[in-house]
Design a protein around this ligand. Structure first.
Ligand SMILES: [Zn+2]
Length: 385
């Protein structure tokens, strides 16, 4: 049986007073998610193992069947794979955000969702000032810093410290001095750079610096074919997910118009998933938008993003009769504007029914899938339990 997993990044949330005590998932019009719950089975999935931060990297690695305790080496090396950056055995890759720091406070973890071209120009200007490392432009604010012979370290995700003074969160560990020197160089090179002058003139925030975090060496993942004996694909606009996919031997399926942001081409992704399922056994279809809305703290945008994910699900349900699962990787509660580690709801069509009526955080507690570990989900969907 073929299977598709539709992942709405950060969809899960908490009951909100402004939604009359409902969560965004409960409040949003989600006829298709409810249909999967009604025609299928539901439960909760624990996606963040003890000792790990609640990141999309850890959560999605687990959902693809790789226990983070065994396989996780950091977000940087996963994104390196996605960007086509070959890491040598001694290379340590850090995720490197372009950020806006104002008066020592993390004002914006994305430098105003700076464009890829602007980011590339800034990092190109920075490279000569930091010859002992490689800075690699990526998509928007999501770039890479490679330290040959580095030691790695988790660091602090900049989206977790928006509005806070950065002093307590600066890099620590063996690579500390080198990273701090790179950050200082970036500050100097970026100040007054034409890209930033143009951004400020246009009323946008400047990129004041870089923020390296989650560095590590490349992981060694057994491939999807080695584990399940079939073929699989990944649809995502996010480097991280595509990086995991490459290490996992999944086909990375590019969809024009997929932005990784709120304006992504939702239905284009759903159609691409259907087309891929014609030739592949499994497709992992990831949508970043609900998570972005959660980080923005925007209830309306989050509800809208969830409804659009639901629309994608409708297209998939209409065009595919195999196993369909829908779930978030983690919660990104509006109130906290960052990820949390509680188990997330899942609904699965094609493996029987359990009498659930709706898809939500609270309904899923009653589902007969019970509480699954993330690594158990894919074997379940593929019938390999
Ligand atoms: Zn997030």
């Amino acid at each position: 049986m073929k299977a598709v997993l539709l992942l709405g990044d950060g969809m899960a949330d908490e009951p909100l007073a402004e939604l009359g005590g409902l969560t965004p998932l409960e409040y949003a019009e989600t006829p298709n998610m409810d249909r999967v719950a009604r025609e299928g089975r539901t439960g909760l999935v624990a996606t963040v193992p003890d000792g790990f931060d609640a990141g999309s990297d850890v959560a999605n690695l687990g959902l693809l069947g790789y226990d983070p305790n065994e396989y996780y080496t950091g977000r940087g090396p996963l994104e390196a794979a996605s960007m086509g950056v070959e890491l040598g055995a001694d290379d340590v890759a850090y995720r490197c955000n372009l950020v806006t720091v104002r008066d020592g406070v993390m004002a914006d973890f994305s430098a105003g969702h700076i464009t890829s071209a602007e980011g590339a120009a800034l990092l190109g200007a920075l490279q000569p000032a930091v010859p002992s490392v490689r800075v690699v432009p990526g998509i928007s604010y999501r770039n890479l810093l490679v330290v040959p012979g580095g030691a790695g370290g988790r660091g602090t995700p900049p989206h977790d410290i928006v509005g806070e003074p950065i002093g307590a969160y600066l890099p620590d560990g063996p690579d500390r001095d080198l990273l701090l020197a790179c950050m200082a160089a970036a500050e100097e090179v970026f100040a007054g750079h034409p890209v930033n002058r143009a951004r400020v003139a246009a009323g946008k925030v400047p990129a004041t610096g870089i923020w390296p975090w989650s560095g590590g060496r490349r992981p060694a993942l057994p491939t999807f074919a080695e584990r399940f004996g079939g073929t699989g694909g990944m649809i995502s606009a996010v480097d991280l997910l595509n990086g995991i996919a490459r290490y996992a031997g999944l086909e990375v399926i590019a969809v024009p118009g997929a932005t990784g942001y709120l304006d992504t081409d939702y239905q284009g992704k759903a159609r691409a998933a259907l087309a891929a399922l014609d030739r592949l056994d499994f497709v992992y279809c990831h949508v970043e938008a609900p998570d972005e809305a959660g980080h923005m703290g925007s209830v309306e945008e989050k509800v809208r993003a969830i409804e659009r994910v639901d629309g994608m699900l409708g297209t998939i349900l209409d065009g595919f009769d195999g196993v369909v699962a829908v779930l978030p990787d983690h919660a990104t509660p509006i109130r906290l504007r960052t990820h949390t580690r509680q188990p997330v709801p899942v609904a699965v069509r094609g493996l029987g029914t359990d009498g659930t009526r709706r898809f939500s955080e609270r309904e899923a507690e009653k589902g007969d899938l019970g509480r699954l570990e993330a690594t158990a989900l894919l074997p379940l969907l593929l019938g390999r339990t």
